[in-house]
Each structure stands twice: as C-alpha cells, then as structure tokens.
Design a protein around this ligand. Structure first.
Ligand code: SF4
Length: 370
C-alpha cells in the first residue's frame, strides 16, 4: 500500500524521506510541490531527479478525497461534497467576502457530541478523518478556486483561501492526532503559509483537547458556548455535563497563556425563546468578565424546524437587542451573516443531507450530486 504523502507535515515528510535514504531538502522540495504549487502527481515535479521520482511513484501517493458534489449558492458560497471512502463523504464550504476567502473544513465524518441544534450531530459518528483527508479539503479548494500559480506564488486577493475555520463536520479536538499535522501544514511557509490568527479551531468545549492544542499548536480558538448557564448548556451542548462552564472558562484562560494577544471567540447560536432573552445576554456579560473574549452571534439555520424538534431562529430584532446588551457592556460582538442557505452550507447543516441519503435510502455516495 503506497504511503499517502498528504498525511505528513514537514517533520513527518523529512522522517519518511530519511527512511528512503533521502536528504531533508528533498522532503521540503516535495512538500512545496504538493502544497505550495499544487502538484497532484510526481511527474509534475520536474526538478526532482528521475530516480527519486521513480522511487516516489513506487512507494507513495498523493491521495485526495474524491469530489462528488460541487454547488454554488446565489451569494457565491461554494460547497464541495468529498467522498473519503466507500461509505463516507464530508463537506467543505468556501465563503468569499470582500478581502478574504474563508474555507470551512470538516474534521470527522459525523460527530459523537449530539448538540441539540446541529445537523451533523443528528447523523451520528462514523469515523475520524485522516490528516490527508483534512488537508486535502484545503488542497482541493485552492485548486478548484483556480488561484494557485505554477510559479508557487499565491496571490492574496480575489477568490482563494485566506482563512480556514474548523467549523464543518465533527469536533476537531476529538481528532487531534490528525488535526495537528494538518494545522501545521496550514501554517507552514513551505505549504500554505497562513498566519496563526487566520486559522481557527472551533470546539464545543473538549477541555483536554484545548490544553493539548494550546501546548502544540495554539491557533485561534472559537468555543461553541450557546448558553450562558450550565442548566441550559447541558441541554444544548451535552458535553457541558462533563466539562461545565466554570471549567471551560478556566481552560480558556489557560489557552490564552499560550496565545497572549488573542481572544476566545464565543459562538452563540440564537434560538428563538430558548437562549435569546436580555437576561441571557446579561449572564453572558458576567461570563465575559472572567475571560478575554468576543462574541459571534449566529442566527440559527432552521433545518430542524422541519424535523419537528421545535427550534427556530430568533427574530432579527431580538438578535439586535441581544447584541446591544453585550455591546453596551463593552464587548466586541458580531452577528454572523447567514451564507449559503440555498445549498445547505450554513452553520450546523453540513452533511445532513448526504448522511441521510446514504443511510436511509441506501443510495451510494457516488450517486449524490449537488
Ligand atoms: S455542533 Fe459541532 S460538536 Fe456539536 S454535534 Fe455539531 S459538529 Fe458535533
């Protein structure tokens, strides 16, 4: 079985090349060919010696997920459905905005955590993605967005990836063995060269994972808070029963020791009549006094209203008033624009459709077309 070179960060690549009897600079050359210059085959690596290319052909591969769906919403949000094996597909979403392009990547096929408002969580958990399957989402996005140049220079304007957020399917901190090498590739100058602050890992609050990420690769951290007290958060984000808010805030503060000029971004999905009252907002102000943070309010994407689970998006005026309470207390608060609704690419909707089709109707993933 050939080794998939997309599974290696820079150190891993050097170690594997050392095993082949090759010098570290060869590993760096190949890493740059794959990630900086977008080479998908060894034949394209024209400055490698022929015998090395032959060795690579025999022992290695550049194995990418297969694109089985590619759809673009009216607002230019683009979603790819990527088959990672015979039974699983994950999604990646590109969100273009003025001056930046954000790629939302998945880290697991499904999720174990079952947050009350989340489509992915409702589909159950299939498996962790590999490093290759995670970084492959960025590799493919760069290629498909057509912004990579053969000279290896990457423009920083127009439609290409300037930011990555781990907010697709899965809880990234439950898959850190694969996520950390992928993060290192994103930050690596010889690969994607993104700055630490342009890569955000979003967690529902897996505290041991937060501590490990802080120690090994402290990128920007977003925490899916969604409720200002334990009683409500236990219901909305069940992992809160294991890691309640006080422990979560302590973990946030430990994280910030490793990222001293950062903030924690608290994500807060606005659910009509559930967590959106002025009292809830004032409770958040108390939380904010305990950690350096900002808030991102997310209008709920009401896919579950259809499924009868009784959750609905807060009215716009209530969201505005909620934000006002936070802002009056001096807290940086943004309200996320809802993007990609026409293609089920908004927060909490990733892969719901795919998993439903593959499981309930037994249609092979290859037949799913956006
Ligand atoms: S919100 Fe995130 S952690 Fe919660 S079930 Fe969905 S994918 Fe998992």
């Amino acid at each position: 079985m050939p080794v998939n070179l997309l599974d290696f960060d820079a150190k891993g690549m050097e170690a594997w090349f050392a095993g082949l009897g090759e010098k570290p600079f060869r590993a760096r050359q190949v890493l740059a060919w794959i990630h900086k210059r977008g080479a998908g085959e060894f034949a394209a690596m024209t400055d490698l010696a022929k015998d090395l290319r032959a060795k690579l052909e025999a022992k290695a591969s550049i194995g990418l997920p297969e694109i089985v769906g590619d759809s673009t919403a009216a607002d230019d949000t683009r979603k790819w459905l990527l088959k990672v094996d015979g039974a699983n597909a994950v999604e990646a979403v590109f969100i273009p905005e003025a001056g930046r392009g954000t790629l939302c990547v998945s880290s697991q096929a499904g999720c174990t955590l079952d947050c009350a408002f989340c489509s992915t969580g409702k589909q159950g958990f299939n498996r962790n993605l590999t490093t290759a399957e995670i970084i492959g989402q960025l590799w493919l996005a760069e290629k498909l967005l057509g912004e990579r140049t053969n000279a290896g220079s990457r423009a920083r304007q127009g439609r290409h990836v300037s930011n990555v957020v781990f907010m697709g399917m899965g809880e990234p901190l439950l898959n850190l063995d694969a996520v950390i090498p992928a993060l290192r590739l994103m930050l690596e100058d010889n690969a994607y060269g993104l700055s630490r602050r342009r890569v955000t890992v979003s967690t529902s609050g897996v505290i041991p994972g937060m501590d490990r990420l802080a120690a090994e690769c402290p990128v920007a951290l977003a925490v899916s808070l969604h409720a200002p007290n334990d009683a409500l958060r236990d219901r909305l984000v069940p992992i809160n029963r294991k890691y309640p808010i006080a422990q979560l805030l302590a973990a946030c503060n430990r994280y910030l020791v490793h990222a001293p000029r950062d903030f924690i971004t608290f994500e807060y999905v606005m659910l009509d009549g559930v967590n959106d009252s002025p009292t809830h907002a004032r409770e958040l102000v108390d939380i904010a006094a305990r950690v350096r943070c900002k808030f991102n309010l997310i209008p709920f994407n009401p896919f579950q209203a259809v499924q009868g689970l009784g959750l609905h998006r807060s009215p716009q005026e209530r969201i505005r008033r909620f934000a006002e309470v936070l802002q009056r207390a001096g807290l940086t608060t943004t309200t996320r624009k809802t993007r990609g609704e026409g293609i089920d690419a908004a927060c909490g909707q990733l892969a719901g459709e795919v998993q439903d089709r593959t499981r309930r109707r037994g249609i092979p993933i290859t037949e799913v077309r956006a």
